[in-house]
Design a protein around this ligand. Structure first.
Ligand code: 5GP
Length: 113
């Protein structure tokens, strides 16, 4: 857990609809979607940034990747989605509790967002 908005969502202190939950992570719709489908996959463990993950988090990081696949299937976007992790403020990270953006529901003509 962490003292960020996502830590509070994970703990239930702030209520949010979980579209997916398992032992290690949750998924919610982004409040400010950048595409027709924009979902955040959030580990229950509050790691601030991807680079703050350590060797002890190896299984968790793999778990998140497998959860992304399941959630994409659940959302009906498994054939085409982008997975984004912003690491650090200069990369656009605004919430310092690791999260993965699943972005889909449009054709991405450009290689960059
Ligand atoms: P970052 O910029 O840190 O990679 O992504 C943070 C994301 O969280 C943003 O896309 C923002 O719209 C989303 N967000 C921020 N606060 C909330 C919230 O309280 N609820 C939800 N569902 N999304 C949030």
């Amino acid at each position: 857990m962490s003292d960020t908005i996502f830590g509070k969502i994970v703990s239930g202190e702030i209520s949010s609809e979980f579209i997916y939950e398992d032992e290690h992570c949750i998924a919610i719709h982004d409040v400010n979607p950048q595409a027709a489908v924009h979902v955040l996959v959030i580990p229950k463990k509050g790691i601030p940034r991807l680079v703050d993950a350590g060797a002890e988090d190896q299984a968790l990081l793999g778990h998140l990747m497998l959860a992304v696949g399941k959630i994409a299937e659940q959302l009906g976007v498994a054939e085409a989605f982008r997975l984004v992790v912003n690491n650090g403020a200069d990369a656009g990270q605004t919430v310092f509790h690791l999260h993965l953006h699943i972005i889909a529901g449009q054709v991405f003509a450009e290689k960059n967002l």
